[in-house]
Write a protein that binds this ligand. Structure first.
Ligand code: SF4
Length: 299
């Protein structure tokens, strides 16, 4: 089926007219666009789900620090904390926070992760899908449906703005990942299509203006911990959406606002590491230290 889906309004309209779920529409679109079968589309998605699970498994047991020595042992610290004192918000929260850290730490170790939508924001979608899958006993088909819906939400947003901190700040990376995850969480909990999109809208709306100011130009500070926060943020948006609390600004207008906010954002805050956290006294000290480490390594 040939579908043109570049706005949430079109997505909702198509799903309603065809009486299909978001993942059904998107898997048909993918199959049509790439001239493959729906089974092949789902097989590719399944491979990504498996890669996400592998990253979580490796990340949960590894303590290996990044070259900069700034990050790599936070998942271990969090796991130790949970082994002594359970999470304030229960087992699902515990899993989401651990899985987000496990995945992003695998990224900084240069191990295999699934960019969703980017490597810097790779921990959010897997944390939400895999944690909810385990907690609510989803089967493989449900997981595939979830990831296709997540991809659809990212796809719609990407038709207006590139998924890159250099283009629109971190709202276009971790912000979009959180929006994708919010929609997925609603789908997993049985919400309808409008609630799924509304959850994404609520998540994105409350992250507008999120800057990209990585210390020393590395996808470590603030990226690693930010993935944990925004995975939890997605669940907040999902809970509101499942309660029929609607964003008064429609989803497509929120994406427009995100695009404009990205355009208005100073280049110093768009992945250049010249402003914000990167330009703090400590950020500059870390930058100088890492420069020396690279210099020593070369010599
Ligand atoms: S702060 Fe920048 S580099 Fe880090 S995850 Fe966000 S967009 Fe990516």
């Amino acid at each position: 089926m040939e579908y043109s889906i570049n706005t949430f309004e079109k997505l909702i309209k198509t799903c309603t007219e065809e009486n299909k779920q978001i993942y059904e529409v998107m898997q048909e679109k993918e199959a049509y666009d790439f001239e493959i079968s729906i089974e092949e589309v789902r097989k590719k998605v399944s491979a990504n789900i498996n890669a996400m699970k592998e990253a979580i498994i490796h990340g949960l047991i590894s303590n290996e620090m990044s070259f900069s020595r700034m990050c790599g042992d936070d998942c271990r610290k969090l796991s130790e904390k949970y082994s002594q004192q359970k999470a304030l918000f229960g087992k699902t929260f515990e899993k989401i926070t651990k899985y987000a850290l496990a995945t992003t730490e695998e990224n900084l170790r240069m191990n295999k992760i699934v960019a969703c939508p980017t490597a810097g924001s790779c921990g959010i979608v897997p944390a939400v899908i895999i944690a909810l899958s385990e907690e609510f006993e989803l089967n493989e088909e449900d997981e595939i449906n979830a990831l296709i819906t997540a991809g659809t939400i990212g796809y719609v947003i990407s038709s207006k703005v590139a998924m890159a901190g250099a283009v629109a700040g971190c709202q276009a990376e971790c912000g979009v990942a959180s929006a994708m995850s919010a929609g997925v969480a609603v789908q997993i909990m049985g919400g309808n299509i409008k609630q799924i999109i509304n959850a994404s809208a609520l998540a994105l709306k409350n992250l507008l203006g999120l800057t990209c100011d990585p210390v020393a130009g590395l996808v470590e500070i603030p990226c690693v911990k930010r993935n944990v926060f925004l995975a939890v943020h997605a669940i907040t948006a999902a809970e509101l959406a499942l309660s029929n609390i609607e964003s008064k600004i429609p989803p497509d207008e929120i994406v427009d606002a995100m695009v404009q906010t990205g355009q208005l954002m100073s280049p110093l805050l768009k992945e250049t590491s010249q402003g914000g956290l990167a330009n703090t006294k400590s950020g500059i000290l870390i930058n100088n230290k890492i420069k020396n480490m690279y210099k020593e390594k070369r010599e």
